[in-house]
Design a protein around this ligand. Structure first.
Ligand SMILES: [Zn+2]
Length: 346
């Protein structure tokens, strides 16, 4: 099964990606991507001169791919919009990840987004639609028209680049035990991702903590939030009236329990125990991985990463891509023990 999938993927990449890689103006920063495709296939490598009829093969042009035949019913501010999965995913990739990211990172993002989308189609979260365009609920999406306005002169190159990531991974999803996974992702982990159980309370075998090096390229790798003492006191006492904050601010903080991913599981403040995720929400922290320090004037949080830190780190994916990893290596790193599967016919 897997061998035939890989063979299928290689053939697909050769048929679809190579001509596009040769044509794309924005792919110039990633010349090794095309090289990788060549070296994956010995037969192709032995034929340095591509046959013109292969490039212009009518059958390849006539087959738009698996994604193009699937539709997504999307709940937007303007009502439910139905569009091809391929077009939807292009709009997701350009909303969820900087288009300046490497091709392999965009491809990994596409597979995660495709898997997430198809999983949502069976979840029944939105009556009359498969999922919505709100990143805090499902995943971000921007229409082609809105992107044209937003990106201006850069639109064509970015749309082309994201479309290539979609077609290069056409029909590919992640499964665990034969089922689609919850392919959650986030911006930056701060160096280590988090177990799902530490954030949402249920253990998920493929959402386990892993190292995520190289994320210093993110501007949100480390941030600080300074909360004046009066505001800190008011926020906590509103959340829990039994919090007792008297005396020196440094004496307010008690035991801290860490998660396996280095986040704050629980922290005792003013005699009450708060969850790290709760403190993240209360004080608007970028993540629940933080240290806290009290001065005479304020409480200072030093926060690592941005997001829930479960699943694939987008900046970690970009760091892996820059180090030469392909999209499959990125996905298999962040989602423990999963399988990359092609949903089309073998
Ligand atoms: Zn939603």
């Amino acid at each position: 099964m897997k061998q035939s999938i890989i063979a299928g993927i290689s053939a697909l990449l050769l048929a679809v990606f190579l001509p596009m890689a040769l044509l794309s103006p924005v792919d110039a920063a990633q010349p090794e991507r095309a090289t990788l495709v060549w070296t994956q296939d010995g037969a192709a490598a032995a034929e340095p001169e591509p046959e013109p009829e292969v490039v212009q093969e009518p059958e390849a042009a006539a087959d738009p791919g698996w994604d193009a035949a699937e539709t997504v019913a999307l709940e937007t501010e303007d009502g439910v919009v139905t569009l091809p999965l391929s077009e939807y995913l292009t709009g997701v990739v350009l909303s969820e990840m900087p288009a300046s990211f490497s091709e392999a990172a965009l491809e990994a993002q596409t597979v995660a987004a495709r898997t997430f989308t198809l999983k949502q189609q069976t979840a029944g979260k939105h009556p009359g639609a498969d999922l919505c365009a709100d990143s805090s609920c499902c995943q971000a999406w921007t229409s082609r028209e809105a992107l044209e306005t937003k990106l201006g002169d850069g639109f064509a190159a970015y749309w082309d680049k994201a479309s290539q990531a979609v077609s290069a991974t056409d029909g590919l999803v992640l499964t665990y035990g034969g089922d689609l996974i919850d392919a959650v992702y986030f911006s930056c982990s701060g160096g280590t991702t988090e177990d799902a159980v530490a954030v949402w309370g249920g253990d998920v075998p493929y959402l386990q903590t892993v190292e995520s090096p190289g994320e210093e390229i993110s501007g949100k790798f480390e941030t600080t939030v300074t909360v004046p003492l009066a505001e800190f006191r008011q926020i906590l006492q509103t959340a829990d009236p039994q919090v007792w904050l008297a005396g020196s601010p440094s004496s307010w903080f008690g035991d801290q329990v860490e998660t396996d991913g280095g986040g704050v599981d629980t922290l005792e403040i003013g005699g009450r125990v708060f969850r790290g995720t709760e403190l993240r929400t209360l004080f608007g922290l970028n993540s629940a991985k933080f240290t806290v320090e009290a001065t005479a004037e304020a409480v200072v949080f030093t926060v690592s990463g941005y997001g829930h830190r479960v699943g694939m780190s987008q900046y970690g994916a970009e760091a892996m891509a820059r180090a030469g990893a392909d999209f499959e290596e990125i996905l298999l790193h962040y989602y423990t023990g999963v399988t990359l599967e092609f949903l089309g016919a073998d």
